[in-house]
Design a protein around this ligand. Sequence first.
Ligand SMILES: Cc1cc2nc3c(=O)[nH]c(=O)nc-3n(C[C@H](O)[C@H](O)[C@H](O)COP(=O)(O)OP(=O)(O)OC[C@H]3O[C@@H](n4cnc5c(N)ncnc54)[C@H](O)[C@@H]3O)c2cc1C
Length: 549
Amino acid sequence: MPPDARNTTKSSGVTGQRVLILGAGPTGLGAAYRLKELGHDNFLVVDRHPYIGGLAHSFTDAQGFTWDIGGHVMFSHYKYYDRCFDTLMGDEYTLNNRESWVRMFNTWVPYPFQNNIRYLPKQAAFECIAGLVRAQSGKGRVPSPKAAQNFGEFIDAVFGDGIAEHFMRPYNYKVWAYPPERMNKQWIGERVAVIDVERALKNLVLGTDDFGWGPNNQFKFPLKGGTGEFYRRFGPHLGLDQQGRETQHSKVRLNTRVQTIDLDAKVVHFTDGSREPFDILISTMPLDRLCADVLTSQREAAALREVASDAAGLLHSGGYMVGIGLKSRTPGAGTPDTKSWMYFPEPNCPFYRVTYLSNYSPFMTPDKDNYYSLLCEVSESPVKPTPGDHGKNQDAVIDECITGLENAGLLEPGERANIVSRWCYYADYSYPTPSVERDDILSRVIPWLERRGVYSRGRFGMWKYEVANTDHSLMQGVELVNRLALGEAETTIGMVYSVTEDGRNAATHERPAHAGSGEKRLAAAIAEAKPEAGDIPAGPISKDELGAG
Ligand SMILES: Cc1cc2nc3c(=O)[nH]c(=O)nc-3n(C[C@H](O)[C@H](O)[C@H](O)COP(=O)(O)OP(=O)(O)OC[C@H]3O[C@@H](n4cnc5c(N)ncnc54)[C@H](O)[C@@H]3O)c2cc1C
């Protein structure tokens, strides 16, 4: 059964058009899958890697551990995405409780942080709650979220100086690798602004626990093969064989890197010397690189230089995903530790997040009874360098992570002797920073490209972190095809196109109803914004709105 059987007629808007899709990550796969579903066969997907899935790919190392590129948790906002998952995965998945914790003051604080302040030492708990009360009653350093000029001020206005100092600021700096003052506040959305102070106070005074997990807050994870298994299964629908190799019917070309795109002739040149013409180009590679390194035009050379210099103002961070595989039983006194992932705001470890990957499925290690695995994430940027030096010295980052795991209480003294796998993946583009300048840049660059038949979408194609999870990315591809083929509006990217005085298209931004992580527990809290029947609007606060997606 195709995910959307409603529109399986021949498409109109793309009829006779050659569609070239640059990148076989979730966005490119979503676009390709939807084109095929609509009966449009004149397309090709190209990727520089020997595999599909992009940043959502998974790797199995020589020791038999499976690793994702950072902890991937799927909280879908979309019925279409759910149907894709069901179609491709059937019942081959696990259902996991989202159990997340914050490591601070040598103890574990359950998430959500502000509801569990009682776990902190008394002085810190007092500072956090007093700051929260001041902020939420408009008496803080920044009087209101509306008055905040950037994400840093937004944190102060919403959470108060105590939570800001102890958790939000250090944690977010570790995640984003930029000071929160360089980030805008719009990517979070106004609804995050109201915190339930009474609930925070009640838990502190009465000593009640307020955990964010349980049966209403679960996520699916592929039974075998990690996150990437879901994306690998798009391959056979696009003519790859079961091993992910190309066949003569392939709609995907692997190991093929784009070198230049001639905008005048509408031809893509690859590094292997081959070329492909296009009418419509869907690009999912990083937007700044697309404009600066790849696009060429003789006719509009000056305008292109201007666009490239505009796009160069976009900020991003890189990241090291460090997998540590251990030959020992999952720790825990009596019962094994059931944590999903943990946040680390303190400077005694380099990572901002660690995922208990072996808890997601019994098939993530060589043998579930005798091995377990931890996946650490470390960010890097020009203002936050690491000894990894842009991926050149990954061993140094792995060493720091192991020491950090000891400092943070995840590895017991002597336990490093049980490490049997040290895995590392360096992503030079890991987080698209929602910088203060971002939306203005996108307003100019995206419409300029579109007028030339180039549609940039996806995590780094659209650069919108708030809609850059796997479900958003896949749907950016699907919705773009629906727009081109069927004339439907794109709802995920949160852009409103307009015609400016000089006759050029420009765009304004609004926060899409789908933004955020889509965790059901939180989504249930709001009754507003139902964009499409069955789709799930984001809740008022979520893990990735704290910068951890
Ligand atoms: C650390 C981390 C944690 C994450 N956690 C989560 C999570 O918990 N939940 C969730 O849903 N999502 C998560 N994500 C996001 C998820 O990985 C992305 O949403 C998704 O991979 C984006 O898909 P995409 O297709 O837009 O981009 P990508 O996956 O980056 O794919 C782009 C593709 O373009 C190709 N390409 C680039 N340049 C060229 C070139 N010159 N020539 C040919 N090909 C090229 C690349 O090889 C790549 O395959 C996380 C991502 C990271 C990095």
